[in-house]
Ligand binder design. Structure first.
Ligand code: CA
Length: 250
């Protein structure tokens, strides 16, 4: 179940496990340590939550309904956006673990069930620290050379995951943000619906190209001064969308 609000200062950990008691136990101890915890009881739910919230770390059981943990791990690792999320694998059997390690699924750490929750929390803390070290996620270093995409009075800050229009912060959903970043980073270039679908939705096979149109419509309502006559996101009929190379300022 997803917590409805996310405290951005708190680290978000996604716990993927279909055994309720284990989830409850892990959540209790992680929350006590000050982490925010999301949980998923199936592989499908895990992927949905991972791509929606981009947690700081994922605790992933292998034996899961629908899509198993190995496949979840593989899909995360082969995606553009979630590839770097640290993953700690939980496994009930040593043989499963051989597969994880043998296939080089890209898990960062593992624990065999039954495990000590205290040990698990210690591993989580260590993994997050290691991650901070690798990405240099300290206030000062990420601020220094922050990349910004600008067009007209729109500014998009990829690292802050924020869009401003003039002085106002614009509230975009994660998918709207990714869509806008793709468009703004390719000004003047036509991006086909298929490409946008693949880059923004990727694994969600049940969505079709009309989803792209719907999200572009939402996005226009949020960023265009006159959504009916857009001058940032142009429609290229029958093909896709293009971010105007030189949008007039308004
Ligand atoms: Ca399980």
């Amino acid at each position: 179940m997803a917590n409805s609000k996310r405290d951005l200062k708190k680290r978000l950990v996604l716990v993927v496990e279909d055994e309720e008691e284990i989830v409850r136990l892990i959540s209790f101890h992680l929350e006590k340590e000050g982490y925010t915890v999301l949980s998923a009881a199936s592989g499908t739910e895990a992927l949905n939550l991972a791509f929606e919230y981009f947690p700081d770390l994922i605790i992933l059981d292998i034996m899961l309904p629908e899509i198993d943990g190995l496949e979840v791990c593989r899909r995360l690792r082969s995606s553009d956006q979630a590839a770097s999320i640290p993953i700690l694998i939980l496994s009930a059997r040593k043989e499963e673990l051989d597969r994880v390690l043998g296939l080089e699924m890209g898990a960062d750490d593992y624990m065999i069930k039954p495990f000590s929750v205290r040990e698990l929390v210690a591993r989580v803390r260590a993994m997050l620290r290691r991650m901070d070290h690798l990405t240099g996620t300290t206030e000062s270093s990420s601020r220094e050379e922050e990349k910004v995409f600008r067009a007209g009075n729109i500014s998009l800050f990829p690292e802050r995951h924020q869009v401003t229009i003039g002085e106002q912060v614009c509230n975009l959903t994660h998918k709207e943000f990714v869509l806008l970043q793709l468009l703004m980073s390719n000004p003047g270039k036509v991006l086909t619906r298929e490409l946008l679908l693949d880059r923004v939705w990727g694994y969600e096979v049940e969505v079709d190209t009309r989803t792209v149109d719907v999200h572009v419509r939402y996005l226009r309502q949020k960023i265009e001064p006159d959504p009916a006559h857009p001058h940032y996101i142009e429609t290229v009929r029958g093909v896709g969308y293009r971010f105007a190379e030189k949008p007039q300022n308004n």
